[in-house]
Design a protein around this ligand. Structure first.
Ligand code: G3I
Length: 381
C-alpha cells in the first residue's frame, strides 16, 4: 500500500487528530441497536469491549486520518515496523517512520499493534542472509542481531506500544512444521534453520525484558482456522509448548485473510468452528485477536448478491470473536477498497479491484461494515 509521501499528510496528521471524536466520548452516546445500524465501529468497540482496528500505511495519509478517526479505536502498522522497512543495511536503523506512527497513535489515543519484529517469509532484513553466510558462527550472529533489534526497537517505544507481533507466521505456509528449504512460494525460515524452534522463545523473552508492559503476540496465517486442520493444530501445539516452557506469550493473532477459495473457514455457513478454535487457544492461557481480516469480493462473484455474501463472512468472523471471551480485538487490513494490498500482490492483483474491506473506494460504509458491528455487538460489556 505504498503511497506518495506528502508533507500535507503529516500536517493533516496532527490537525485532524485534534478534531476527531475520541473513543471515550463515543461511548457516552445512545446505545447501539443489536443490528449496529447507525453506529460507528468506535461506538461498537466501546459497547462490546472488543478493540476494532485497521492497518495503517507508513505515510498515514490524510484520507486514512479521516477514516481511522471516524471508525476505529486501534491501529496496526501495516509495514513500518518490519525489519526490511527499518534496516536497509546491517547495523542501520531508521526510526523516522515508526516515530511518526507511534506519536500519531498516541495523540489519537489509538491502541497500537506494532507489526512485526521477525518474519522470515517477506520483508525480512534484506541483508540478513549474507550477514549469516559470512559469519563464523551464524547462530551466535543471528542471536546477536535479533537481540540488538529488540533492544533498540522495542526499547525505544517502551510503554508506547500496546501489542508487539513478536513473531509473524513462524509455521510453514501450508501444513504443519516449518519452511526448512527455499521454494518458489516461500523462502526457508532462516530463524528456524539457524536456531531451531528456540528462536521463538528467545524472541519473546527478550521482548518482555525490553518492554514488560507490552502484550506479546504470535501472529499466524491460517487457511482454515479450525481444530483438525493440520496447520491450526500445529499452532495449538506450538502455543502449548511455549506456555509449558513458561515463555511470556500473551496472545495469538489469527490473520483471517479470506483470499483463497471459498473452502477456508471464513466462508463456511457457521461461526462455530472458528469460535471453537479461538476457545481452544484461550484454554491454553492466551488472548486471541483477529488481526488482518479482509474478504476478497471476486471470490463471491457467483453469489446472487456478492456484497451481502461478503458481509455474511465478516459477520461470522466478528460473531466468533464476540462469542469467545478469549477474543479481545478484530482488525481489518485497511480502510477503503481503494487501498488494499491484494490489488498489488502477485497472486491476487489479477482480480483487482478486490474490494475486500469495510469502506468502499469513496469511504462509504458497505454492508460488511454493519455486519462487523452486529457481530461484535453480540457481546456487551
Ligand atoms: O517500501 C518500499 C518502497 O521503498 C518502494 O518504493 C515500493 C515500490 O516497490 O515498495 C515498498 O515496499 C512495499 C511494502 O509493502 C511497503 O509499502 C513492498 O513492495 C510490498 O510488497 C509490501 O507489501 C506488503 C506485504 O505485506 C508484503 O508481503 C503489504 O503492504 C502488506 O499489507 C502485507 O501485509 C502482510 C502482513 O504483514 C503479514 N500477513 C500477510 C499480509 C499480506 O501479505
Amino acid at each position: 500500500m505504498a503511497r506518495p509521501k506528502t508533507s500535507l499528510a503529516v500536517v493533516a496528521l496532527f490537525a485532524l487528530s485534534a478534531v476527531a471524536l475520541p473513543a471515550s466520548a463515543a461511548a457516552k452516546q445512545k446505545p447501539c441497536p443489536r443490528s449496529g445500524a447507525g453506529c460507528t465501529l468506535v461506538q461498537v468497540a466501546a459497547e462490546s469491549g472488543i478493540f476494532v482496528g485497521t492497518a495503517v500505511s507508513n505515510e498515514i495519509t490524510a484520507t486514512e486520518q479521516v477514516d481511522v478517526a471516524a471508525n476505529f479505536n486501534a491501529v496496526t502498522s501495516e509495514n513500518a515496523f518490519k525489519w526490511s522497512e527499518m534496516s536497509k543495511s546491517a547495523g542501520a536503523i531508521d526510526f523516522a517512520t515508526t516515530d511518526r506512527l507511534v506519536a500519531w497513535a498516541r495523540v489519537r489515543k489509538l491502541r497500537l499493534r506494532a507489526h512485526t519484529l521477525f518474519w522470515h517469509r517477506i520483508q525480512n532484513a534484506p541483508w540478513l542472509k549474507a550477514e549469516l553466510a559470512a559469519a563464523t558462527d551464524p547462530a551466535a550472529r543471528l542471536r546477536e542481531l535479533m537481540a540488538e533489534r529488540i533492544t533498540k526497537v522495542v526499547g525505544r517505544y517502551r510503554g508506547k506500544v500496546a501489542i508487539w507481533d513478536v513473531i509473524n507466521e513462524p509455521l510453514a505456509l501450508f501444513g504443519a512444521g516449518y519452511d526448512t528449504a527455499d521454494t518458489p512460494v516461500t523462502p526457508k525460515n532462516i530463524f528456524f534453520t539457524t536456531l531451531g524452534e528456540g528462536y521463538i522463545a528467545d524472541a519473546f523473552r527478550r521482548t518482555r525484558a525490553a518492554d514488560p508492559k507490552a502484550k506479546l503476540f504470535l501472529n499466524e496465517l491460517l487457511w482454515d482456522a479450525r481444530i483438525g486442520d493440520p496447520k491450526s493444530d500445529a499452532l495449538l501445539a506450538l502455543v502449548a509448548r511455549l506456555k509449558k516452557a513458561r515463555v511470556p506469550i500473551d496472545g495469538v493473532g489469527i490473520q483471517a485473510h479470506a483470499m483463497l477459495g471459498t473452502a477456508s473457514p471464513w466462508f463456511p455457513s457457521t461461526t462455530a468452528s472458528l469460535k471453537r478454535y479461538i476457545d481452544a487457544l484461550g484454554k491454553l492461557g492466551v488472548k486471541v485477536e483477529i488481526t488482518e481480516l479482509d474478504v476478497r469480493l471476486p471470490l463471491l462473484a457467483d453469489q446472487p448478491n456478492p456484497l451481502a455474501a461478503q458481509a455474511a463472512v465478516y459477520r461470522r468472523v466478528a460473531s466468533a470473536c464476540a462469542q469467545s471471551h478469549a477474543c479481545t480485538g478484530l482488525t481489518v487490513w485497511g480502510q477503503r477498497d481503494s487501498h488494499s494490498w491484494l490489488d498489488s500482490y502477485s497472486l491476487t492483483s489479477a482480480t483487482a479491484p478486490n474490494n475486500p474491506l469495510l469502506l468502499d473506494a469513496s469511504g462509504k460504509r458497505k454492508l460488511a461494515y454493519q455486519a462487523v458491528a452486529a457481530g461484535l455487538l453480540e457481546r456487551r460489556r
